[in-house]
Design a protein around this ligand. Sequence first.
Ligand SMILES: Nc1ncnc2c1ncn2[C@@H]1O[C@H](COP(=O)(O)OP(=O)(O)OP(=O)(O)O)[C@@H](O)[C@H]1O
Length: 774
Amino acid sequence: MTTVRPGTGRSAGHAAELAAEQTYVSGLYARLDELRARTVHRLEEQLATVPHNPQAIGEREAQVELHTQRLVALDAAESGLCFGRLDRHDADVPRYVGRIGLSAEDGDDEPLLVDWRAPAAQPFYTATPLHDLGVRRRRHIRTRGRTVESIADETLDLSDPELAERPGPAGESVLLAALNATRTGRMTDIVRTIQAEQDRIIRADARGVLVVQGGPGTGKTAVALHRAAYLLYTHRERLARSGLLVVGPSPTFLRYIADVLPSLGETGVVLADLGGLRPGLQARAPERPEVAEVKGRLAMADVVAAAVRIRQAVLDAPVELEIDGTPLRFTKADAVRVRSRARASSRLHNEARPAAARAVVELVTRRYADELGANVVGGANLLGEGDVAALRREVAVEPAVARLIDRLWPRLTAEGVVARLLSSPDELTAATPGWSETERALLHRPASSPWTAADVPLLEEADELLGADDSAQRAADRRAAQRRLRHAQETLDLLHGSRSVDNETEEESEELSAGDLLDAEGLAERQEETDTRTTAERAAADRSWTYGHVIVDEAQELSAMAWRVLLRRCPTRSMTLVGDVAQTGSAAGAASWEQVLTPHLGSHWRLEELTVNYRTPAEIMAVADRVLAAGGSGGTAAQAVRSTGVAPWSWRVADDELADAVAEAAAGFDKEEGTLAVVVPRRRLPEVAGAVRARLPETSTEGDLTSGPAVLPPDAVKGLEFDSVLVVDPAGIVADGVRGLNDLYVALTRATQRLGVVHPDEVPAMLSGLEVRG
Ligand SMILES: Nc1ncnc2c1ncn2[C@@H]1O[C@H](COP(=O)(O)OP(=O)(O)OP(=O)(O)O)[C@@H](O)[C@H]1O
């Protein structure tokens, strides 16, 4: 395939330039088709092979996975394959920038297309007239399908007289077009318009903890996701093995961002919110903020540890046992001895259970031997070592002894420990010395209560303390391995025996048999089951998995206990944490990054800031900034990059007419104008959602943002955005939240175009500048 590169086009007219770019872009698509066809062919070949042993199955699965990934990346690149071009001082041919890298078959020096993540593409995002990085001209190419619709040039070399005829903020207009586009309810990628301050963060060193602080709409989420794609590209091999985890604040938010990485050709990332982080559990029950705050305190680590220790019991009274008709007494002092020995044997409860069991069996055996071997005339015990060993075996299988072991040192699960702790007032009191009754009452709940997100760190903490008594599993694994080895040896013997030594010619004796190539151990290994799941699938299913990189969005919301969970998942501390301390809604969350990170990381983290708000128009930011100034905590407001000329409005209605008024206001938004969110204090949610749904049946409250208006409480809109936002009862939002002003700030800053406020009382003073509707 040949690809025509258009000339630099200094004298060509615009139409000719456009036509030349079309030819080039068509060439790129032809190459994409070629690669896709080749990949499909390879995939089909692999799928057609019939592997004959587990190792071959593993190899085939790996190949299938490789080609599938490649195909996903090629498919993802279809829309907007090429979006930029750099003309450079020192090169004759232009450099094209796009969603993936493409090279010509013959390995042309300059690739046909440079992946946006490659170092060679960076000047597309960062070159300026002052620091042109060797770039004369930057061209933005807009395509629809495979057709080049427009080109827009930016001149960086102002001394070039020809280029100087066409200076202008082309980059700005491309950006503004992207920002003004109607929203679909699903976040999209921003590869065409990444800004220089964002690019710096996306490409920052993967090592260490990077905190990205930025006001609303500064692109923190977008940057975090593009950084994930960048890291996967730059450290592909390492992260393919260890995996990358992206943590967001809620399932709705995860749905909202779910398309971004696949659209960048990356599918091997684990997305989770705190409630979904524990394999096999979806902790989704609602939680009162004050309860979540207590559960999130660092002190809960000690409480969970105490709850585990409480289960390592001693006896209130001696236990009477009878073994083969012989009565035996197991005393309180015996129980204390068992506990000391087990505690000394291991830090982890379940791993110490065999030691506890051994100690019980030993003590009972000694008592038993004392009874049976007692010399009636005094003097030494009459039983020999062999006799005692026989008694020990008898004791070990005695059901009453097994019950005693279970009582003194039960096998524990995290769910069992935490459920009992939270539902038992006695255990709560014992595990929380020095706490107030009010605090204990907040923790207390019925035994059968469903799990909440704030419970997840407690469960994970318990798991850390429990470990697993995997002695039975290890013994079973050993037996299975021995069986495989025996079987492999027999197979090899059979193969060897089938060669008749007498008839062996010289040539035949030179032939290698399976036995020559492989010993029994090698063959046994091949027969082991091969895990054919992808890294992401394995990581998501394994609570002890440690990731190569962890990205946390809305990181300000996490409690101290949640940080412990995430830091355990990333022992290398290669992490990107993005958030805004001015948007913290949860009481357990951060008022400042120092406050939340110092206990875990000391000063081992670095801070970057994003300063431009790409979402919220200046008219709305002016309102939101007044809320921030009125006492929203921490953070810095970001400068709005555009204004719409549309004034935000407020509408005062009677309290008992509020729901209907909101429904009327919601119906007043034109569907053509994109998505609408109605943000309501939680206590008014049912009433308002009911009224809006009665008027607009497509209304959602479940977090599906792609259909009709979404009626949501303030905590659920964190991280999201909508073309229009109706904030209902702002004073109620402030009064309800633990950090109510922050909640109101978040609600106001979700809008990309229009904002309305419907309120039952006087509008709060800080919102008094709104255009009044009557
Ligand atoms: N460089 C960019 N080009 C185009 N759009 C951008 C750019 N940066 C940000 N945006 C858009 O601005 C909006 C806000 O971005 P994002 O949600 O990432 O901000 P945020 O800082 O996470 O906001 P918040 O903290 O308020 O949730 C999104 O629609 C995003 O696509």
